[in-house]
Design a protein around this ligand. Structure first.
Ligand code: NAI
Ligand code: MG
Length: 500
């Protein structure tokens, strides 16, 4: 629709409460991203010691595109023998060539990786959206630029470690085993690999089984950039492969991001060993909206907090706590805004909410939707169109919920928001802190003093004020309670990769 046409369209609200009838006034023509140039092989082998090698048992598993349920490619399943080979390659590189390279040269390799990511950004974005279901607008504008930013940031630290740790001789740990989830595949890889290399370690990384494609594309990039063999090894497989890394005797550190359940398993496997570890687990972030908050800005923030990446975000703002006097207004504005979200093809540049990452996660989220209704909550979903195939869930909000409901306490990891009210700041803080998690929260108010007062009582690693889901490589990230142990990002993220 051209600009002149837009001006002529009469504004006609459909219901007395609705400010904007978006769906019938505007319709977007499809704007698909051309994906033909993003090369996908039929099959990917393991990346060990600078080479692509076949898995020892010759087994492969399929990866699908969750938006249309089509098989995209196959990944190799790494066994204990393959993991051992990868760890040996990482050890050899750690003790050999990588340790002899000066810190300045090490930094240059990381800069080169960052620049090559930028050069191939569009290809990475397309593959990330195809394999994982996230909208191209997000993979293109958020994931991949952040991936480059994390590599640039840590490249800069490589030859300045003595400034990060004054009075110390920072020494690398050795071989780091890194296990990452499926919600931000390449970004989590960057969070793990960039600080590990900057501090002089070598790595064996396992991507998640539903989203390994960009990690293998990254392996191709590592080869192209001339990084010494064995410094970065990528092994694919499911939970068993991850467990082989965790339990390998010659791994010095485990960095894990994923579910709290698996995090606990890893923690108990590591108890009594001298391996270092960082665990970045689940969350149930709250957003506290006070009566004096800029409401339209808050509504935009809430949309971004919970529907970004289909809600597959460990720090998602999945609980809205709104002060009683403005609750009706905020909920109405949220519903109006929900009606404008476009759910569908991740590769369409107009899409706001893409596909749920896998069939399993689709079933999990649907179970929570049923559970919410069983628990007596009122469910609201926009009546937007969703494709017939693929795993799509309409952005959802639950009102009339109570603090003890499972949909309020448990991580759903989908586009589902629960809405509660509060009267006083004390009540809001109490409700915010009353879950097993402590990863991220948000506060919305016009008063800086209130931000500090409330923020200092929120028990979470991250607190956003009048915004949400903002990331920067200089800023540490991590949780309290069942949200994990340790910090990633910033200078804190370096400390996790050097000897005490
Ligand atoms: P998960 O924790 O099983 O998977 C994360 C990674 O851990 C994957 O690479 C997986 O292969 C690996 N893994 C699984 N079992 C392992 C084991 N025993 N030892 C070592 N590595 C292992 O997560 P899943 O099952 O895919 O998702 C289930 C729920 O977890 C989601 O609904 C969500 O609530 C939560 N989750 C949270 C994430 C976060 O960033 N906080 C990320 C992914 C999932
Ligand atoms: Mg996939």
């Amino acid at each position: 629709m051209s600009n002149t046409e837009t001006k002529d369209v009469p504004y006609k609200p459909t219901s007395p409460n609705s400010k904007l009838d978006f769906a019938s006034v505007w319709e977007y023509a499809p704007a698909p991203q051309d994906s033909d140039f993003a090369e996908v092989k039929e099959k990917y082998d393991l990346f060990i010691d600078g080479k692509f090698v076949k898995p020892s048992k010759g087994r492969y598993f399929k990866s699908t595109n969750p938006a249309n349920e089509e098989v995209i490619t196959e990944f190799a399943e790494a066994t204990q023998k393959d993991v051992d080979k990868a760890v040996k390659a990482a050890r050899k590189a750690f003790e050999g060539e990588w340790s002899r390279i000066s810190a300045k040269e090490r930094g240059k390799y990381i800069y080169r990786i960052a620049r090559m990511i930028q050069e191939r950004a569009r290809e990475f974005a397309i593959l990330e959206s195809m394999d994982g279901g996230k909208p191209i607008r997000e993979s293109r504008d958020v994931d991949i630029p952040l991936v480059a930013a994390y590599f640039f940031y840590y490249a800069g630290w490589a030859d300045k470690l003595e400034y990060a740790f004054p009075g110390k001789q920072p020494e690398p740990l050795g071989v780091c085993g890194q296990i990452i989830p499926w919600n931000f595949p390449l970004l989590m890889l960057a969070w793990k690999i960039a600080p590990a290399l900057a501090t002089g370690n070598t790595v064996v990384l396992k991507p998640a089984e539903t989203t390994s494609l960009t990690a293998l594309k990254f392996a191709e990039l590592v080869k192209d950039c001339g990084l010494p063999d064995g410094v970065v090894n990528i092994v694919t497989g499911a939970g068993q492969t991850g467990a082989e890394i965790v339990n390998h005797k010659d791994v010095d550190k485990i960095a894990f991001t994923g579910s709290t359940k698996v995090g606990k398993l890893i923690q108990s496997s590591l108890a009594g060993t001298d391996k270092k570890y960082t665990l970045e687990l689940g969350g149930k972030g709250a957003m506290l909206i006070f009566e004096d908050a800029p409401i339209d800005q808050a509504v935009e923030g809430i949309i971004n907090a919970i529907y970004f990446n289909q809600g597959h975000v460990c720090c998602a703002g999945s609980r809205l706590l709104v002060q009683e006097g403005i609750a009706d207004k905020v909920i109405q504005k949220l519903k109006d805004r929900l009606a404008t979200l476009i759910v569908g093809d991740p590769l369409d540049k107009n899409t706001d909410v893409g596909a749920i990452n896998s069939k399993e996660q689709f079933e999990t989220v649907n179970k929570y939707l049923e559970l919410g209704v069983e628990e007596g909550a009122d469910i609201y979903q926009c009546d937007c169109k969703v494709p017939d195939n693929g795993y799509f869930i309409r952005p959802t909000l639950f009102t009339n919920v109570s603090q003890s409901n499972r949909i309020v306490q448990e991580e759903i990891f989908g586009p589902v928001l629960t809405v509660q009210t509060f009267r006083t700041a004390e009540e809001g803080i109490e409700k915010t802190n009353n879950t097993p998690y402590g990863l991220a929260n948000g506060v919305w108010t016009d008063k800086g003093s209130k931000i500090f007062k409330v923020g200092s009582k929120m028990r979470s690693g991250v607190i956003w004020a009048n915004t949400y889901n903002k990331f920067d490589p200089t800023s540490p990230f991590g949780g309290y309670k069942e949200s994990g142990v340790g910090r990633e990002g910033g200078m804190h993220g370096l400390a996790a990769y050097i000897k005490n």
